[in-house]
Design a protein around this ligand. Structure first.
Ligand SMILES: [Cu+2]
Length: 225
């Protein structure tokens, strides 16, 4: 009996230390300013174009993220996307955004376990909510809406996303495109996105994939090449 208990406690300690930031688990931010909203528009001359919008939820807990992207094709996915620590420099070089937003100093060596989002890097959106899948030869247009409880629109804290950037990666980790999060003034509280009514581009067939933590609505329009 004592032996079994010892093994169990060692296993627990090892798992906990592997996935928790040096400064602990990420906090759920419950007092994001109502009406705060940020948008990142990817360069129109890139392979992947579109935008990402980040808005305080109706009750101030968490941030609603809406991705509206196109240009995914071929077998270069699945595609990760993260909030990176620094904005894109004037040169447009995505390497200038440095590493993921990681105020709890977790690091990115151990993959994020989406079952325990508080243990993930705050900026690791794909780790927590799922990567954009490979398109297998078809051109994909992606609409992705989810709420992340750990990023924040509240200035002055480590999880604040304003004045930072979002980067989209290929399967090898290369940086395909990046864009800065800039504030857009929204006076009234954010209205929940009607994710169920979003339609793919005309002429496209729609595939809905759901189940990422039960929070993600994932609608993909598959366009023939
Ligand atoms: Cu990244």
């Amino acid at each position: 009996m004592q032996f079994k208990l010892l093994i169990a406690s060692v296993f627990f300690a090892a798992s906990a230390s592997a996935i928790t930031g040096k400064l602990g688990d990420a906090a759920i931010i419950t007092d994001n300013p109502v009406g705060a909203s940020y948008v990142a528009t990817f360069p129109s001359n890139g392979t992947i174009t579109g935008s990402a919008k980040f808005s305080t939820t109706g009750n101030g807990t968490g941030v609603e993220v809406s991705l509206d992207l196109k240009g995914f094709k071929g077998a270069t996915g699945p595609y990760a996307y993260h909030i990176h620590d620094q904005p894109v420099p004037a040169s447009g070089n995505c390497n200038g955004t440095l590493a993921h937003l990681d105020p709890y100093q977790r690091g990115q060596v151990d993959p994020c376990d989406p079952k325990y989002p508080a243990t993930c890097e705050v900026g690791d959106l794909a780790g927590k909510h799922g990567k954009i899948p490979s398109s297998n030869g078809t051109m994909l247009e992606v609409y992705l809406v989810f709420v992340d409880n750990y990023i924040s629109t509240k200035q002055g804290i480590g999880a604040y996303i304003g004045n930072r950037s979002i980067v989209i990666h290929n399967s090898a980790g290369g940086r395909i495109t990046c864009a800065n999060l800039t504030s857009i003034r929204v006076r009234s509280p954010a209205v929940p996105s009607p994710s169920g009514s979003i339609s793919p581009a005309s002429g496209a067939s729609a595939v809905t994939v759901s189940g990422f933590l039960g929070l993600t609505a994932f609608i993909i329009g598959a366009l023939a090449l």
